[in-house]
Structures are given as structure tokens and as C-alpha cells.
Design a protein around this ligand. Sequence first.
Ligand code: PLP
Length: 383
Amino acid sequence: MQRPIYLDYAATTPVDPRVAEKITHCLTMDGNFGNPASTTHIYGAMALEAVEQARLEVADLINAQSEEIIWTSGATEANNLAIQGAAHFYQHKKNHIITVKTEHKAVLDVCYALAEQGFKVDYLSVQKNGLIDFDELKSLINNNTLLVSIMHVNNEIGIIQDIEKIGQLTKQHQALFHVDAAQSAGRVAIDVEKMQIDLLSLSAHKMYGPKGIGALYVRKKPRVRLQPLMYGGAHQQGLRPGTLATHQIVGMGIAARLAKTEMLQDMLRITQLRNQLWVLIKNLPGLHVNTDFTHAAGNYLNISFENIDGEVLLQALSEIAVSMGSACTSAQQTPSHVLKAMGISDQLAQSTLRITLGRFTSQADIDRAGAVIRTACCDIIRS
Ligand SMILES: Cc1ncc(COP(=O)(O)O)c(C=O)c1O
């Protein structure tokens, strides 16, 4: 059976074969399988060397120092460590947090929990295209603001927030700045120095690395302190204990290196393909586009259909693998909180497709996907 064309790269990416090969070398007796904390022998020392090399590569992708990278299980854990960790460490000095209504649940749910504990949390609204209103942020930030947490690229519509401008403002108020970069790493340039970021979350499986591994960048100068989520050893400066998963870390390191060297070329090609797909379908009746091409990452195409039921549409599109919203919310029947925050009606939000392209998307995939979407929509409208 032929598998559908994969156009859901924002949910996850396949592991790049070059990454998979390096991972395999860290598993078996004849490979680099040691415990990186057991450095009394060559097995552990070799594993530690591989982990430190990967740390350098991840740091290099975002212009950080390697000692500023803390391995986590993914961006969800990185977001939790950043937000809960900062809030709990500094709670006796400040207790105000600012985030955005369109953040990923791995940020919003943490903020809801902190609000329950007594922190004051403000949720910024967004404009029609998903960009925050900078003046609203300016009016809310004050000297009691402990943390501002704003994502770089939105995981549903691809909008890119102006992180550098926000970074400057946070520094004027001595507030910490956390950025969820799960969707931007490897697609949009990140420079934690230029952008004045204090904490930044990354996920390997969004950039052709394995699932179950991510990282949190924690600024050293000036030093950002965090209360750990877990206790259990001195690994990783006591911030995140547990035996390091050499194979996954090595995978993330190679993925970061490839992202750095191939990002520009990759994104140029992918953006052209996304634009071609748009040209193929843009004249369909009742079609709305939710991705603002001038301010969004070039791999995104989020579209809604008037008077077409989303489930019916998805069934008719069995030849392509796309999602109705984000992977984390698509199991729910409620309309996307991101589209709602942008002012999109429930009906439109419920008949939305998030199409995301990636490194392995081909011209033939896009030609076929365009034809499939056109035929499916015309058939549904006619019936
Ligand atoms: C913006 C964003 N943040 C966080 C996450 C969670 O990442 P992970 O799967 O690595 O926990 C995702 C994944 O969907 C995401 O898109």
C-alpha cells in the first residue's frame, strides 16, 4: 500500500538518515554505548566526549556557549524547566509573568498552573496575522515582571514574532526572557546574544533528530538561576539529573549541525514549494489563508474552508498526511485556541488544514497534493 504524502513536518520530522546512522553507532557493544558519567574508563570517556561535542553543536546553532545547554526530554520539559524553574527561584523578588494566548500548551498549561499558585499571569492578545501587539506588551511589562515567555515560530500558523525587539524591552525592565523555539530552530536564524534571550527551548524531533530529546539554553552571563523540576544527582549542574541518553544527544547534535549548514538552502527550496502549492489551490471557492506569508516561516500553509466540514475534508484527503491543527490539540474537537485568538470564527477554525513542508518534500509531492486538495474540495462542494 502506498503511504500518503507526508505534509505534517510541524508535528514531527523523520530522522535524517545521516542522523540515524550516528545514533546507531551509540547503541551496541562495538559502538559508543558507555555511560557519560562513568569516566573511570574509556567507554564512559568516549560517551562523554560525544555528548560534549553534541552540546557544542547545539550551542553553535543558537550562538550560545556549550555550558549553557541543558539536555531535556524535549521542548515540553524545557518549557517547564524554564518557566517553573525561573518562577520558583525568583518568586520572593517578583511574581508577574507575561505570555501570549497563542502559545503552545507546554507553555500555557505551565502558566495556568503557576497562576493557581498565586503568580500574576497576563496573556497577550494577537493581531489578525498572529503577531503580538507590541504596545500591549509595553503597557503590561513592569519592574515586577519576572518572566516574559513568547514563542519564536507559532506551531499552527508559522508566524515569526519579532524576538529581538521583545528581547530589548525585557532587558529595560530586568525581566527574564524565555523563547519556545521548537518550531524555529533549523528554519529561522536564532542568536541568543543578539536577541537578548535568557532561556530558550529546543526539540530534536522538529529538526530531523530523534524524539525524546531536547534542550534548554540557560544564560550564564548574567547568570540565570532555576529551581530544578527533579532531584537525583549532580548531572547537568544539578538542573536536570538522570543518565544522559548518548544516542539521542548525539542525534540532536548532528541534527543541529546539519540544520546550521543546510538551513538557508533548505528553506529557500521549501518556501518555493509552499508558494507553488498555494498557487495551485488559491482559487478554490471559500478558501481563507491563515498564514501571513510575509511574516511566517516558509514551510507553513494554514488554510480554512467556508462551509466544508473539517472531518469530511480530512477524510477526502487520505492521500496526503496533514493535520487539522497542532498535533497536541488535534485529538480534541474544540476549535484551535490560536485561530480563535486571531479572531477566526469557530466554523472556519474547525475546517482548517495545517500543511507543513520539510526537507524531504519533493516537487512531485506538491504537484500531487495540489491536485488532491483541488479535487477533494470541488467534490465536497458539488455533493
Ligand atoms: C512550539 C512547540 N513547543 C513545544 C512543543 C513540544 O515539544 P516536544 O514534543 O519536544 O515536547 C511543540 C511540539 O509540538 C511545539 O510545536
